[in-house]
Design a protein around this ligand. Sequence first.
Ligand SMILES: [Mn+2]
Length: 408
Amino acid sequence: MKKGHFVDENQHISLKTILRIGKECKNHIKLPSLQGLANYGKPLQQPIFSAALHRLVCTARLLRSRGLLRIFLSSGLLTIQLLLILFFVKEIKIIEVKSEIGAGTRGASLGVEAMKIASLDLKSDFFKQYDSIEVENVNEMLYDGAEHAHAKFIDGVMIMEERVCLEVYEQLFDEFFPIIMAGDHSTAYGTIAGIKKTHPKKRLGVVWIDAHADLHSPYTTPSGNMHGMPLAMACGFDNLECKVNDPKGETIEYWEQLKNVGVAGPKIYAEDIVFISVRDFEKPENYLINKHNMSFIETEDVKKLGPVKIAERALQMLDHCDYIYISFDVDSMDSRISTGTGTPVPNGLTVDEAKVLNEELAKSPKVCAWEIVEVNPTLDTENRMAEGAFEIMEATAKAIMARPVMAE
Ligand SMILES: [Mn+2]
């Protein structure tokens, strides 16, 4: 490492650098403002350095919020303090799930790559800043055609839910905050199962930002596409009262198995779901929503009260939950914006509304995972959908990293 350089060729920070950051911390932290410290890292433009600095800022904010910062900084054990800091705040880990077997329209598996292209066009270092890991998919099954008419590719969906569940579980176990970039929405159930496997005794709330309620089962689905079923899997709903299909044999066996991914039985209560901007229902879904008195926030409410107030309200509705998972389907945005998604619906959110809404929600320390789904560049013009989606993801990640304290 050359003198004066903070990071060597292998992107390792020397202990000396860490100590230097610490000393600068002492000089720059003027309670109650930490802006000086944040500004200190800016001209360096080193992703790993700014990440480390970011952790310092987050930890300092956390300690300040608990009234411990002054004691911490004056205690003198600088090396130990800084090493502690580097392990203290959770880092984001991106989980890529390029699966599209749950969708009726082809192309959602390309959404992750389209968002990476969007990041390049928008000159962002997002994908350099955070590590990502890919869950292997089974999209090759599409070539064989769908076998289960009322739950298409349910055998493949089963494999994907297991894989996503395990990956989310591992990342949470390793103290990462998972941002899941997925293709079709069916694998969101794997995410929910993974969170539940990590915290089996805790109560998990879900904010479902979507044009659809995704509450169908093989007994009620009009299309057989499984991206309309993740919340029914999570709640363990068959909804036989509204049965219109007669799934048989293997389909039912797989459906029963699906309900037990991660841990046995339902992962969430219906009353712990808050729907935002859901506006395209089918009768069987309406039945469940009324039966369980599920929480609803309409697009109109977001426009009237503003996304900041709406986020506050949604978090309040889930105040009794220990953890919260946010699932963001890009078709929650208006069909004029949602040009690159499989099932666009009018009267949705704008990019700005969705951005502020997700940012504000993610500020809650209870939020333990965030997911974005259903970007389909094959339906889009000039990658507009992925650019909007990327902007929302980047802003949300920033809000997550700036939180005073992570969920415990
Ligand atoms: Mn959806």
